[in-house]
Design a protein around this ligand. Structure first.
Ligand code: ATP
Length: 245
């Protein structure tokens, strides 16, 4: 994935200010940044969900805004908020996604069962997605992103709201996916997960890419958290805040 000078304003607010980033094929890329840094906005522009004011995004060589069908056929996305067709069961939602992507019904059925099983969503669960918990919605969103075996996965906070057992399962799936030649870029607030999984990391704040590169190069001899806090400029507490509490 190559991002070139992506810019996005919301009214007068400059949310993303000229982000350029190369995500090498086969890398496991972590995108870090404080709340409101512009991670979701950047990833949404990168995958063709939010039109940039300026700049370009290339996925596996295809310009996502000029050639969206070719780019999106090779891409799996877990968007922020996961707006799903939620009056369906998990199995129905996966079937819908697979058939929309032109997959044959038998393959969709087999992969859907495996995904529901491995993500512990239940292969025979009749609960509609609208009644899923937050973590279950995250997992069914991830299953939809994986179903067509894309070469590139873009995941917005895939571990948010997910229980520790499922998180370990997702880490394992993604590590095997990368070992098999896939590429992952995901946003996260959990340094420990990023340090454990990622080959590369980027730090965004106030819509600007502050640091990026291999994990070792970004981290140096410090912890990722120390680097993050320094790069984004942590406020120092005076000890007098919330004195009324
Ligand atoms: N649809 C929108 N309308 C107006 N402002 C928006 C919209 N989406 C995002 N913003 C603003 O753009 C900035 C970047 O938001 P974004 O959601 O990309 O941040 P983020 O890094 O993903 O944050 P978080 O870690 O909290 O999810 C924020 O100031 C946010 O208020």
């Amino acid at each position: 994935m190559s991002l070139r000078g992506l810019v996005k304003h919301f009214d007068t607010k400059l949310a993303v200010s000229g982000v350029s980033l190369d995500v090498p094929a086969g890398s496991f890329y972590g995108l870090l940044g404080p709340n409101g840094a512009g991670k979701t906005t950047t990833l949404s522009m990168a995958v063709g969900l939010l039109r940039p004011d300026a700049g370009q995004a290339f996925l596996l060589g295809y310009d996502v805004w000029a050639d969206p069908v070719a780019a999106k056929a090779r891409l799996g996305v877990l968007p922020d908020g996961v707006r799903l067709f939620d009056r369906l069961t998990g199995a129905e939602l996966l079937a819908y996604h697979g058939l929309l992507r032109g997959m044959d019904a038998a393959t969709v059925d087999q992969r859907a069962r495996e995904l529901l099983d491995v993500l512990e969503l239940g292969t025979t669960n009749k609960t509609m997605v609208v009644d899923y918990s937050a973590g279950m919605r995250k997992k069914i969103g991830l299953a939809c992103a994986l179903l067509h075996a894309p070469r590139l996965l873009v995941l917005d906070e895939p571990f948010e709201a997910v229980d520790p057992v499922s998180a370990a399962r997702i880490r394992d799936i993604l590590q095997r996916y990368v070992a098999g030649g896939g590429t992952v870029i995901f946003s996260s607030h959990v340094m420990e997960v990023v340090e454990r999984l990622c080959s590369h990391v980027a730090i965004l704040s106030d819509g600007v890419l502050r640091m990026h590169g291999t994990l070792d190069a970004v981290r140096g001899d410090r912890s990722l958290e120390e680097v993050f806090v320094q790069v984004v400029g942590a406020r120092v507490g005076t000890g007098s805040e919330l004195a009324w509490l």
